[in-house]
Design a protein around this ligand. Structure first.
Ligand code: BES
Ligand code: ZN
Ligand code: ZN
Length: 475
């Protein structure tokens, strides 16, 4: 991507018009088509030299971040459809509306709109050049920075999508760990420390919950710890924990055939953390961030957990496993308590495709959130306002905690017949050692069969990546 001030450089151009833009009247003269600048309405002009101008309507209301992403992804899609790989993009309308920082979102949307399934995202991003114009001279430098930032965020989102879309036989726990390590190492960052723990190590340090779930498969469990330390002082450090179940059959509490459709996507939490880490590091954010990724499969075998089993955990707390399909919270329990005890973190975020209940409650466009610290939640709210993602905070009380009390262990891994998302979150909270904690349940938003916005495609969405990135930015 390139920036310059005025004058078109390429034969192909895209401009964005508000409904009340005077240009619309001018354009409409002598036109057969109707074009009034409504949201996502578009008009293609081709002259004799086969130069092309595309006009995209952006409506008349103030634009949300989500809409900016959508409009720009839509624009990129039109050019892709016409096989035009180099074009000018007049961003003056956006800058007039919300300042030059808007270019972060514009660049992100363009990149997302160029994504094609079954192609590596790196290839997709290399395949187009957009030249930004309509940027005032004095803003050029800033503009470039925002564009680069937006590109890195999009790369993080697309990296997460690629991992989630990958079938379980191609992405076992060890392969997932390998791809993440490879990706992050490609950034050649000196402030990065990565440690991968194998089965033996998990057993040795007492990660009994991750070990117990993971030993259900011949593809053994792993735990990946990533430490990014650009600030050497005693600064804050956020710990990001992501559920990495590369396939969830339910174990002995086997899922029904019809509910097995998306089981390869049960590592979307870990993928989101990996994508966000990528963007944080690539953008050289001066914030200390760590990632803790438990990765395993949940299958049936001689060694699998059985309902009624009691296991230990990294924290020392014992857990009664009442349902082997509630495996995510088990592996997250170990990862969260490791982060709290060994990770030197001042806050903890965990993200997971955790409950079917959250899908019933909020559907595919809003993720559920539990948080026990209002200051942290305020920062999170600012983060998702920037990213354009949607979240809804859920309440929790003592009575919900009662629901996961066990008679034979410190806690049990399912609650009653209601409040499934809340009790799942509270189970994880038990392992956070009173450190400010926020929990994102993305079971509904990580995957779409029918895309909801132009920047999505059927399959993985990369949910969480951009919001977590913006949260880290303000650590
Ligand atoms: N990975 C699933 C949750 C899920 C459901 C993700 C639907 C995506 C779409 C999780 O491990 C699970 O099976 N949860 C159970 C918990 C129950 C047994 C308490 C559920 O929500 O049904
Ligand atoms: Zn499950
Ligand atoms: Zn699961």
């Amino acid at each position: 991507m390139d920036t310059y001030n005025s004058n078109w450089k390429n034969e192909f151009q895209i401009s964005f018009l508000k409904e009340d833009d005077k240009k619309i009247e001018e354009l409409s003269k002598g036109l057969q088509q109707l074009f009034s600048g409504k949201y996502l309405e578009h008009l293609i002009f081709e002259n004799e030299e086969e130069n092309m101008s595309v006009y995209i309507g952006i409506g008349k209301e103030e634009l949300t971040q989500n809409q900016i992403l959508e409009i720009t992804a839509f624009a990129a899609g039109i050019m892709k459809e016409h096989k035009i790989r180099k074009y000018d993009l007049d961003v003056s309308t956006f800058i007039e509306l919300s300042g030059v920082s808007v270019l972060e979102r514009v660049a992100q949307g363009l990149c997302l709109g160029n994504f094609e399934k079954y192609k590596s995202y790196e290839e997709c991003l290399k395949s187009f050049t957009a030249c930004f114009c309509g940027i005032p001279d004095c803003e050029q430098q800033k503009a470039k920075t925002y564009i680069l930032k937006g590109q890195a965020i999009a790369e993080g989102v697309l990296f997460a999508r690629e991992l989630v879309n990958c079938p379980a036989n191609k992405l076992t726990p060890v392969k997932m760990a390998g791809s993440i390590i490879h990706k992050l190492n490609s950034l050649h960052c000196k402030c990065l420390k990565i440690q991968l723990m194998d089965t033996e190590k998990l057993k040795k340090i007492g990660m009994d919950a991750l070990y117990s779930v993971g030993m259900s498969s011949e593809n053994p469990p792993y735990f990946l710890e990533i430490e990014y330390t650009p600030v050497k002082s005693n600064a804050n450090r956020i710990g990001l924990v992501g559920k990495g179940v590369t396939v969830d059959t339910g174990g002995y509490c086997l899922k029904s055939a019809s509910s097995m459709a998306g089981i390869k996507g049960d590592m979307a939490g870990a993928a989101a953390v990996a994508g966000a880490m990528y963007a944080v590091i690539k953008n050289g954010e001066k914030k200390n961030v760590s990632a803790f990724l438990p990765m395993c499969e949940n299958r049936i075998s001689d060694g699998s957990l059985l309902p009624g089993d009691v296991i230990s955990s990294y924290s020392g707390k014992t857990i009664e496993v009442m349902n082997t399909d509630a495996e995510g919270r088990l592996i997250l329990a170990d990862a969260v308590s490791y982060a709290a005890k060994k990770g030197n973190v001042t806050s903890i975020l965990d993200i997971a495709t955790l409950t079917g209940s959250v899908v019933n409650m909020l559907g595919f466009s809003i993720a559920g959130v539990l948080c026990d610290d209002d200051k942290l939640y305020k920062r999170f709210e600012n983060a998702f306002e920037k990213s354009g993602e949607q979240y809804h905070r859920l309440p929790f009380e003592k009575e919900h905690e009662e629901m996961i009390k066990s008679e034979v262990a410190d806690v049990k891994n399912i609650g009653g017949s209601c409040c499934g998302t809340i009790t799942a979150g509270l189970f994880i909270r038990k392992f956070a050692e009173q450190i400010p904690w926020i929990h994102l349940d993305i079971a509904g938003t990580a995957w779409v069969d029918t895309p909801l916005w132009k920047y999505q495609q059927t399959g993985a969405t990369g949910a969480g990546v951009s919001t977590i990135y913006h949260l880290c930015e303000t650590e």
